[in-house]
Design a protein. Sequence first.
Length: 234
Amino acid sequence: MGFRFSNSVGQPARMLLLTSLTLLSAATLASEEDDPWESFNRPIFTFNDTLDTYALKPLAQGYQAVTPDPVEDSVHNFFGNLGDVKNLANDLLQGKLHEAGVDTARVLFNTTFGVLGLFDVASKMDLKRSNEDFGVTMGVWGVNTGPYLVLPLLGPSTVRDAVGKIPDTFVEPYRYVSDVPVRNSARGLDVVDTRANLLKAEELITGDKYVFIRNAYLQNREFNVQDGEVEDDF
């Protein structure tokens, strides 16, 4: 029996790092060919999960508890606006001129009328955010994912996506901020904001957490590469 995801299905909010993982169903199980390095991946996953449980998650919970919702929304919008630059760059690399135009408009409107991105006025104008990165771009170019790979601190990935993180750094603002304390503070706030937005979504995780996140990640990456047109038969 087959099913099809279409573009009418809303894509998950901004990733990196793990947002999409818990929003999509792990309906299809990854085969052993998808994860030949499981014996290597699981210890790293356990390390990441332990660090999250005792450090990052409590920090995100505290941040969410003390931060007024309007302020939290503005912080999230600000980093989302920065992420739109990465989306725009990868739209162009994939030859998606319409999406590139939309993301250009998003950056312009949110940076100006949205006060440096603190308010997402572009979404209210029905300018939909893309969800692109260089890993997706290489997938569109036909590069195979390679084996599933769990990265220390960074979490789920594949060989292709891990390589794709390197060129993505060239369109991130952090590498161009010379003030180290400011750069580290901004990056840290971005991580905490991303984790805070996952607190409710992680309730969807069932069964073996490693398997669930792996399957959801691989399925969502295929969804992104295929622009929502992914057909599975099982």
